[in-house]
Design a protein around this ligand. Structure first.
Ligand SMILES: [Zn+2]
Length: 137
């Protein structure tokens, strides 16, 4: 049976130890790329503990870039977004957020941080991204 990363939908390596173990529960296997994302989320959470009380470690959002409209992943404290696997890209971000317990309000705050900087999350007014958001390398 092929298994997929619960965060981004990528195929997991058939040998479990070749994947990453999620830091959040220490039992869920995620792909190596998401393992690195979790590492950075943990670092940023350590730097901004007060902001983290209001926000999730990661969530999903709609990328408005006209040529590639798709659901993408946002990481706490990280600017830009991550592309996710084709198997999840066309699922409405609100459905994915609901599965991981993230509210629309939290997703709106996450998009502000990823676009304008995490120091802007609580001060910046809500705006719809006109030109889309930058892709993480
Ligand atoms: Zn993944």
């Amino acid at each position: 049976m092929t298994r997929r990363c619960p965060r981004c939908g990528a195929l997991l390596h058939p040998d479990e130890p070749m994947n990453a173990l999620s830091r959040h529960d220490n039992k869920t296997y995620i792909c190596s790329a998401c393992g690195v994302r979790e590492f950075w989320e943990t670092e940023m959470i350590r730097k901004m503990p007060d902001l983290k009380k209001k926000l999730p470690a990661y969530c999903y959002y709609h990328n408005y870039l006209p040529r590639t409209p798709a659901t993408v992943m946002l990481s706490f404290g990280v600017e830009g977004f991550y592309e996710i696997d084709e198997s999840m890209r066309n699922i409405d971000y609100r459905v994915l957020n609901e599965k991981i317990g993230v509210t629309d309000e939290q997703a709106e705050l996450m998009i502000k941080g990823s676009m304008w900087g995490w120091d802007q999350v609580e001060t910046r007014k809500a705006e719809t991204p006109a030109d889309g958001i930058g892709r993480c390398s």
